[in-house]
Design a protein around this ligand. Structure first.
Ligand code: TXA
Ligand code: MG
Length: 316
């Protein structure tokens, strides 16, 4: 299969390919997604083959607008208020599903993950297609999520029909996932671009951390988001003995050993998050033994960055 790179003015081609049941990687503000129409079970199944993703891992449905939420999920007052506050945006809700949702999307669960991405091109694509698009991140299973069309091609060239190039993803890490089930407190499954404090501000209720205990989201597996090199976290201000074969990722202003390969990211959390996956991919290509990473300590998205770094550094 030849994978086409589509420019924004080739949106029509992307719509046609999806209509034919093909897979198209699409830009979002978080990371690129590998999309299939939600009404094409054959295409939904093909997502798992293309990514090398184990069956049973559920997919997120992407809608053009919150108006469509009721078709796919049962939204209580909390869900409606959160959709109003954070959509379009980097925020996914896990809600009770309706019968319209294919089992391949939910992995047989009675819940479904849904969000409205904040990317004009992809929202137009969904709107024109007339149905939701199911999309996990457009990387090979276990690899770092793609934030540029080039990253998608590195992982999936020859395995998918096309990638729609919408530029670099603005947020750079995957969406926040909040589970909202009847009679249960709101539960955080994955930190992301919308913080717990923001969510609690809308709900006027405490969000429970659902990341401990049983692993409910695939993103919660210990070793996920991992490059080929070993990743080690380094406390800011400390300096482990330098080794040949090291590469570094540091917030700007952080001292690091001279003469080593390094990516400097913005010191604020949001800027750091936006560049993190690109830095991991770029440094990994140079073939270092280790990538030493200093996390940011100021600004937004600190929880999301700490979560992804812990996963990249987890034993595999
Ligand atoms: O920002 C994002 O969320 C990106 C872009 C493409 O939208 N998507 C993304 O998808 O990160 P993926 O498949 O890589 O991660 C989605 C996570 C998985 O960990 C999956 O297990 C969890 O969402 N998930 C989806 N539906 C779920 C459900 N019904 N119950 C629990 N977890 C669910
Ligand atoms: Mg993923």
């Amino acid at each position: 299969m030849i994978t086409r790179r589509l420019s924004p003015d080739e949106l029509e081609v992307a719509i046609e390919l999806l209509g034919d049941g093909a897979l198209v990687a699409v830009p979002t503000e978080t990371v690129y997604g590998l999309a299939a129409r939600a009404d094409r079970p054959d295409a939904l199944a093909a997502i798992f083959t293309a990514k090398g993703r184990p069956a049973g891992h559920p997919l997120i449905l992407h809608l053009a607008s919150a108006d469509d939420l009721g078709r796919w999920a049962v939204a209580d007052e909390r869900a409606t208020a959160l959709a109003e506050a954070f959509w379009p945006g980097p925020f996914t809700m896990v809600l009770p599903r309706t019968d319209l949702v294919d089992d391949t999307v939910t992995g047989g669960r009675d819940t479904v993950g849904i969000r409205v991405p904040d990317h004009d091109l992809t929202r137009r694509l969904i709107e024109r297609g007339g149905t939701a698009l199911a999309a996990p991140s457009a990387n090979r299973f276990g690899a770092v999520s793609p934030t540029e069309a080039d990253h998608v091609l590195t992982d999936l060239d020859g395995r998918i029909a096309a990638v729609l190039d919408g530029g670099a993803s603005r947020v750079g890490v995957e969406s926040t996932i909040l589970e909202l089930l009847p009679g249960r407190p709101p539960t955080l499954l994955r930190p992301g671009g919308i913080s717990v404090v923001e969510i609690e501000g809308v709900l006027g209720a405490t969000v429970v951390d659902g990341r401990t205990g049983e692993s409910r989201a695939a993103g919660m597996l210990a070793s996920h988001y991992a490059p080929t090199a070993t990743v080690e976290l380094v406390e800011s201000g400390t300096s482990p003995p330098a080794r040949d074969g090291d590469a570094w990722i540091v917030p700007s202003g952080t001292p690091r050993p001279d003469g080593v390969r390094a990516a400097q990211l913005p010191a604020d959390g949001a800027g750091y998050a936006a560049g993190l996956y690109r830095a991991l991919r770029d440094l990994d290509r140079l073939g270092p033994d280790r990538i030493l990473v200093v996390a940011p300590t100021e600004g937004d998205l600190l929880d999301a960055v700490a979560d992804r770094l812990a996963k990249a550094a987890a034993p595999r």
